[in-house]
Design a protein around this ligand. Structure first.
Ligand SMILES: Cc1ncc(COP(=O)(O)O)c(C=O)c1O
Length: 365
């Protein structure tokens, strides 16, 4: 593709850090992962930050910590990457699907409230594409219903709500470090929480159930656990990128600003809304267009790698209604997003000329 959708930011300083880990001979989770966690918790302004092998397992670990199990219901938005819902079934609970708002593509808070039953234990709202949620509304729902709010912030690293960073706005949040994300470790995830007990439990669980307070010579397995650790090799990539995090974020917002400028006169292209009081991180820059599939095909044929936004769960065989999954309410907002949303190229080295080409082609398609 002449203009790819994404390009990871990998300057020499990042490569040098990886090389240094390889030369050290210590490749599993260790000092570098701890440094990466510290850099992320400083940036996100959170009390506890745990590196995991993916965002998906991070979500699963939180559900396990909260004791979510068969007989429980967990509500998820319909328009999301399947991982948000997969983890509910993996924990043995029932996936309850509700609609999204067609303007923000975020969970429809009214639909969420209506879907709560005595069996509902949690909701996993998604700060999709880097658009922060309405945390005030979510806090009110949590207070009135008693359900847990676990934020799938896979794409929202660096997003803000009323000047506070996403990651510290819900009891638990999870970020993805997959290469489409602007801070990446290849594969990886970050769990953030203000709960000391939760963080200690999760740290132990992801490390075979080891007691983290006990020295290596005197290993104690205090509970059943698993292995969701992050290797120092991967953490070195993320740590190297964290040196540039502010620059990378500023650049995304600058690129988004120029896309918005270029789109100002393009009547056939609509734009999603950012949550009131929120500051988008523009992990993904999306527009709404008619005949999306045709536009996508035409733009790709001209070497511009555009992509659909994400998935309507109910259109996937894995999420058909049954014992594991139920749809509550209409899904018209999600179907609108599913039919119209188009993600445009977005990466640090994208030039103004590239952006002009993208928008010219978009308007002509
Ligand atoms: C909303 C959402 N949740 C979860 C995931 C899964 O993240 P990971 O690949 O790190 O497990 C993704 C992946 O992009 C995502 O977009």
């Amino acid at each position: 593709m002449k203009i790819p959708l994404i390009k990871p930011f990998l300057p020499d300083s990042v490569k040098e850090r990886v090389l240094s880990v390889l030369e050290s001979g210590f490749l599993t989770e260790g000092r570098v992962t701890a440094e990466f966690e510290a850099a992320c918790s400083d940036f996100l302004e959170v009390a506890h930050c745990l590196a995991m092998s993916s965002c998906t397992v991070g979500l699963e670990v939180i559900l396990r910590y909260l004791g979510i199990c068969p007989g429980d219901e967990v509500i998820v938005p319909e328009y999301t990457y399947p991982a948000t819902a997969d983890v509910v079934a993996i924990a043995g609970a029932k996936i309850i699907i509700v609609d999204v708002n067609p303007e923000t593509m975020l969970i429809d808070y009214d639909a969420l409230e209506k879907a709560i039953t005595p069996r509902t234990k949690a909701v996993i709202p998604v700060s999709l594409f880097g658009n922060p949620l309405d945390y005030e509304r979510l806090t009110a729902i949590k207070k009135s219903s008693g359900i847990q709010v676990i934020e799938d912030a896979a794409c929202a690293f660096g997003a803000l709500y009323r000047e506070k960073k996403v990651g510290g706005l819900c009891d638990f949040s999870v970020f993805s470090l997959h290469p489409r994300k602007f801070i990446t470790t290849g594969e990886g995830g970050l769990v953030t929480t203000s709960s000391k007990t939760g963080s200690e439990w999760m740290r132990s669980y992801k490390h075979f159930g080891m007691d983290p307070s006990v020295s290596r010579k005197n290993t104690v397995f205090r509970m059943i656990g698993t292995n969701y650790k992050m290797s120092d090799v991967l953490a070195a990539i993320g740590l190297g990128q964290m040196e540039y995090v502010e620059t990378l974020l500023d650049r995304r917002r600058e690129l988004a600003g120029y896309y918005l400028e270029l789109l100002a006169g393009a009547g056939q292209v609509a734009l999603p809304f950012t949550t009131m009081g929120g500051r988008h991180s523009y992990q993904t820059f999306c527009v709404f267009v008619e005949n999306r599939d045709q536009v996508l095909k035409t733009m790709r044929s001209h070497g511009i790698e555009v992509q659909i936004g994400t998935y309507c769960l109910h259109q996937q065989p894995a999420f058909q209604p049954g014992d594991q999954c139920e749809i509550r309410g209409s899904l018209s907002g999600s179907v609108y997003a599913g039919d119209h949303c188009l993600a445009l190229p977005m990466y640090h080295e994208l030039t103004r000329k590239d952006q002009e080409t993208v928008i010219e082609r978009l308007v002509a398609s």
